[in-house]
Design a protein around this ligand. Structure first.
Ligand SMILES: *Cc1c(COP(=O)(O)O)cnc(C)c1O
Length: 373
């Protein structure tokens, strides 16, 4: 007689997913406009929670998108040849060393999956962008965290000590999200000098356009190991909704490996066309970056007048400590129509994106009441 063990057949008893996923928290995105509108009971919102460029993409993007929309039945170029050629030409990088991805978040995922074995170590410095921890845990890596100093600057000496031990992956975000601190070229060079070439170095430069003070690629090349510099069209280029990012890699061979993991048609034709138009409009980029930096100065002056503790941000956002607490401040600002990002950093730290001048005026007017204890 055949005995069937009913328990082993019961689908509810055993989770179908890998145990590693049980310990992973999904990425918590900023509030959408629809969600915020419902909560605030108003439609006139300033979305200052996700570091988008509210000054918008180049006006040339709209026409390029329109043209690409003429043939939606055709698959996009899986290798984004035109876009990579344009990026390579301006950066003086062989396009064979560039990989395009649907946002640089996807690049983090692909690279981590490509290089991490279960149990490998990732060196990072918190507080920083949550995707490294999320994708690191998904890849069953262990995290080595060298927390930032009280100023939220990188603890360079402590970071160097860990880097010298040869973690599998070294991750550095500069300017850092959410704190805004930038790592100097001198500090990066010192870190690389002690890092074994067996370590894979990942530099996240999502905010590079706001702070181009040194040539990261030259430093990485001089170091000579395996590395990726991640960049994006989501921030300064104003294309967050269309999902285009790219990695500049140490070798064409590494790009080839990422191409094995990467779904082939993952950057849409519309997105490629938009990114190319945005990339070519250098004047628009420079104008919006300059205005954002000037506006950041205005917001910082208002914070300083209120005696608020803040970092020296090199990005398109400010990072400040609210005496009222992060969640209370976010809730109060939401009632005024401003969506900001409370962070879990102890002490009431919030991140606020620099918007259009009118958004920033609104913010400056609302801050005193929103921060008051
Ligand atoms: C916004 C951001 C990204 C990713 O943006 P994508 O839209 O996926 O290109 C990556 N890293 C940091 C630090 C960011 O702030």
């Amino acid at each position: 007689m055949l005995v069937v063990d009913q328990k082993s057949l019961s689908p509810a008893l055993v989770s179908p997913v890998r145990p590693a996923l049980e310990g992973v928290g999904a990425y918590k995105a900023g509030m959408t406009l629809a969600e915020a509108g419902r909560l605030a009971g108003r439609g006139d919102l300033s979305k200052l929670a996700s570091n988008e460029n509210l000054l918008g993409a180049s006006p040339k993007v709209a026409a390029a998108v329109q043209e690409a929309l003429a043939s939606p039945e055709i698959y996009p170029d899986p290798y984004c040849e035109t876009l990579r050629a344009a990026i390579g030409a301006r950066l003086a990088v062989d396009p064979a060393r560039i990989v395009m991805t649907p946002g640089s978040e996807a690049l983090i995922d692909y690279l981590f999956r490509a290089v991490l074995h279960p149990g490998d170590s990732i060196l990072l410095s918190s507080p920083t962008f949550p995707a490294y921890e999320i994708f690191g845990r998904c890849a069953e890596a262990s995290l080595i965290d060298v927390p930032r100093l009280q100023s939220f600057d990188l603890d360079v000496e402590a970071f160097k000590l860990e880097a010298a031990k040869g973690p599998k992956l070294l991750v550095l975000c500069t300017p850092n999200n959410p704190t805004g601190n930038a790592t100097s070229g001198v500090d990066l060079a010192e870190i690389l000098a002690v890092t074994p070439r067996s370590t894979v170095v990942f530099i996240d430069e999502a905010y590079r356009e706001y702070h181009e003070t040194f040539d990261t690629l030259a430093l990485l090349k001089a170091w000579g190991g395996t590395w990726v510099s991640a960049r994006t069209f989501s921030k300064a280029y104003g294309l967050a909704g269309l999902r285009v990012g790219y990695g500049i890699c140490s070798s064409a061979e590494l790009v080839g490996y990422l191409d094995r993991i990467r779904p082939p048609f993952n950057v849409t034709a519309v997105s490629q066309a938009a990114a190319l138009a945005a990339w070519d409009d250098v004047e628009h980029l420079e104008r919006t970056v300059a205005l954002t930096i000037a506006e950041r100065g205005r917001v910082e002056a208002a914070l300083d007048a209120l005696g608020v503790q803040r970092t020296d941000s090199a990005g398109n956002f400010v990072f400040l400590r609210s005496p009222a607490g992060a969640e209370a401040t976010a809730a109060r600002l939401l009632r005024e129509g401003l969506i900001i990002r409370p962070t879990p950093v102890p002490g009431g730290w919030v991140r606020i994106t620099i918007g259009r001048p009118a958004d920033n005026n609104r913010l400056i007017a609302a801050l005193p009441a929103a921060l008051a204890v």
